[in-house]
Design a protein around this ligand. Structure first.
Ligand code: 1GP
Length: 237
């Protein structure tokens, strides 16, 4: 059963603290009807740029979560925290050791009830996320499924995140993953630069994450909110 603090999120904008965003653009994103802003990035994340972006998003009532990918960027005051575990990495650092280091240092301060492990399956081998984390991203659908079973059924992680960062993913694979999940909440992110792509992802993922297009085409980014909401509404009917 999906009763986590992020259960109701259908659409999310992911903002990179290492990238510039104007007050006007941020205002439109936070007022767009999206369910949350996730702050996170694969490189250049610091305490300062994370605090700065959090403070700016805090002017709005929208939920704001942190994806904790570096100890430097571990900032208090968010509504929730995702700790990513890259399931298809070859490096123990990204599977568990960095997270463990974080707990050794800050474990006593973790707000556990709003902190969730996020089981990432990184599927775009050219993405920074894949390169930084040493992910074995070239996987067939058949090869992805055991990762999904491990995350969802063995480890019982609350989140499975299908991550194509920078590239629109295989929607038939996403559909297959969705149909296999027994309890985890499915996030999809990657290459959504158009309302239609957002709508297609929303047919399968519980939460659709829109990242980079925010910086390249704000109008297209904003249109994804309504597209996702419409699909979710029709699924309810
Ligand atoms: C990245 O999944 C997110 O972590 C979103 O991907 O930047 O390609 O939209 P994009």
């Amino acid at each position: 059963m999906d009763t986590e603090w992020f259960s109701n999120w259908q659409h999310v904008f992911k903002l990179d603290p290492d990238k510039e965003i104007s007050d006007e653009a941020l205002d439109q994103l936070c007022m767009s009807g999206t369910d949350a802003i996730i702050i996170g990035g694969s490189s250049g994340v610091t305490f300062e740029n994370t605090v700065d972006l959090l403070a700016r998003v805090r002017r709005y009532s929208v939920d704001c979560a942190l994806e904790v990918s570096t100890m430097d960027g571990a900032v208090p005051g968010f509504d929730g925290y995702f700790v990513p575990f890259v399931l298809n990495t070859k490096e123990a650092d990204w599977l568990m050791l960095k997270q463990l280091e974080g707990l050794q240092e800050y474990g006593h301060f973790v707000p556990w009830e709003m902190t969730s492990a996020s089981g990432y399956i990184v599927l775009n081998e050219d993405s920074t996320a894949a390169k930084v984390s040493g992910a074995n991203a070239k996987l067939s659908a058949q090869e992805v499924l055991p990762y999904v079973w491990m995350a969802d059924r063995l480890l019982r992680l609350p989140v499975v995140y299908i991550e194509y960062s920078g590239m629109y993913g295989d929607m038939s694979l996403l559909a297959r993953v969705a149909s296999e999940l027994q309890q985890a909440h499915l996030f999809y992110g990657g290459g959504i630069d158009h309302a239609e792509k957002a709508a297609n992802a929303a047919k399968h993922a519980k939460t659709v994450v829109v990242g980079n297009i925010v910086y390249n085409d704000l109008t297209a980014a904003l249109a994804t909110v309504e597209a996702v909401k419409q699909v979710k509404q029709s699924q309810k009917a």
